[in-house]
Ligand binder design. Structure first.
Ligand SMILES: *Cc1c(COP(=O)(O)O)cnc(C)c1O
Length: 357
């Protein structure tokens, strides 16, 4: 059987069926139904956050975050090392992304380089807790306070990571996350938004459902409401979160043991309890990466180039140089990592990799 970089977690089918039967009995399919409410409460409690919104996906979550904070057409300082959705949400709001290069240690935006990118048009910083590693939240908040900027964290990978004793998703004016099928915790498609201020959260609540309440129309809105069937998958998966994290840790620890000295690995903050969402490795150069990929493919194993290219190199963007990000993007890859990946398979992957290095 082919091995891919990730595999969606599937709960026991009876767990899902249980909720689907209730949905069929009630006949309520969407519009903040009972499953959506129950899952929202559970997630909010699990994360230890207030003002949590469950929405259709992690991309719309970012768009709503920008919109709810009135960021519209201005400059947004961001990172070139992420999935394309970070940038597309900024562009979709007709804002201008301004790239700041990344930390070589953990690939998050280099907070020490943010200040020199601030201009009178800067309205916000959108940083990414890439792979579930923590951005320098203290330093970013300090700069935001000094220049009156909003802080949005794309926490698509951050679910389950704990930083300085609280969820990594509890930082900034708004944090978002993704519950897409490939993510650590999923609801097939889905996303979450955590808002610091109650009044912004109330506004976002309206904006995510067309901006109206009954016949009273308050503001411009969009449809980001999630369905009961998606929430049911979330409820079925909810009880397996800790198991998913500990199984991922098992695989990661095994990679660590077998690959130490062969590939370069990120250095994580001391006060981060990591969620083991990804297992990125850095090769010496791109040709070594391509050689390893080819050898793995022969064994029906598919790693992924997360992330490539550096987003400042997108053809519809071409936006300056980010030397560290471009260098890392040319030689970083994520190895297969998911709960039921066997020790034997991990050893096989490591063996192939070591032979090519
Ligand atoms: C997956 C992802 C998103 C988008 O989430 P969707 O739920 O797929 O829309 C945004 N940012 C990052 C960094 C991601 O990995």
């Amino acid at each position: 059987m082919s091995v891919y970089v990730t595999k969606s977690f599937m709960p026991p089918i009876e767990e899902y069926q249980k909720y689907v039967e209730q949905i069929f009995k009630r006949g309520i399919l969407t519009n903040q139904g009972p499953c959506v409410s129950e899952l929202s409460e559970k997630l909010s409690e699990f994360l230890g956050v207030k003002n949590f919104h469950y929405v259709t996906n992690g991309t719309v979550a970012l768009q709503l975050a920008l919109h709810a904070l009135d960021i519209d057409g201005e400059e947004v300082i961001t990172t070139p090392f992420s999935y394309v959705a970070t940038i597309s949400s900024i562009l979709w709001q007709r804002c201008t992304p301004v790239f700041v290069d990344i930390e070589p240690n953990n690939f998050t935006i280099d907070a020490n380089k943010i200040e020199e990118a601030v201009t009178p048009k800067t309205k916000a910083v959108m940083a990414v807790h890439v792979f579930g590693y923590a951005c320098d939240t203290d330093k970013i908040q300090e700069i935001a306070d000094k220049y009156h900027l909003k802080v949005i964290y794309d926490g698509a990978h951050a679910f389950g990571s704990i930083y300085k004793g609280k969820s990594l998703l509890s930082y900034g004016d708004i944090s978002t996350c993704s519950f897409h099928a490939t993510k650590l915790f999923h609801t097939i498609e889905g996303g979450g938004i955590i808002v610091k201020e109650k009044n912004v959260s109330d506004k976002l609540e309206l904006q995510k459902r067309f901006g109206h309440n009954g016949d009273n129309h308050f503001c411009l809105g969009i449809n980001a409401k999630q369905s009961e069937f998606h929430a049911a998958m979330g409820l079925a998966n909810f009880g397996f979160i800790q198991k998913c994290i500990s199984e991922r840790k098992r695989v990661s620890d095994l990679y660590d043991k077998e690959l130490s000295g062969f590939v370069q690995r990120p250095k994580l903050q001391k006060n981060l309890e990591y969620n083991y969402a990804y297992y990125p490795v850095i090769f010496k150069n791109e040709s070594e990466l391509l050689r390893v990929f080819k050898a793995l493919e022969k064994a029906d194993i598919f790693a992924r180039r997360y992330f490539y290219p550096s987003l400042n190199k997108l053809p519809y963007l071409l936006n300056g140089r980010c030397e560290i990000s471009e260098d890392i993007c040319s030689r970083i890859a994520c190895l297969p990592l998911y709960p039921d990946l066997t020790d034997e398979k991990v050893s096989e992957i490591c063996q192939i990799l070591k032979e090519e290095i």
